[in-house]
Design a protein. Sequence first.
Length: 152
Amino acid sequence: MDNLRFFEWVQGVNDAGLELPQRQTQGAAGYDLFSMQEVRISPGEIVLVPTGVRVKLPIGEFLAIYARSSLAIKKKLMLANGVGVIDADYYDNPLNGGEIMIPLLNLGKEEVLLPRGERIAQGIFMSYLTSTAESSLSGKKRIGGFGSTGDR
């Protein structure tokens, strides 16, 4: 069983001057995710902010994505979907290389500029349980990128 858990750059990304996600202190649960490029977000607009990283996870785990608290307080930005879930099978996504994208919503009245390298979110490794009555998933595969498991 593959129990590896790590972040890495998406192939072809210019990571000059940026760091892979890391915890800032021993007691921190979250790994800081950075904006890969400068992004402008108009009032009321939702923008998918690229991070340039992907995450390798064992089956039975996911990476929960939360906006950094300072984004709401200082910039009036929030994670558009409340919390993000990066599944283990998102890593090898052929459409985007498994890149983690952060959907941010501007709740303010002014445009917000996020410079390249700004810490925008944090990822927390989580385990999950599945139903004992689950039907077989054999042969089913992820079919796309962001929000790729369907809209049903």
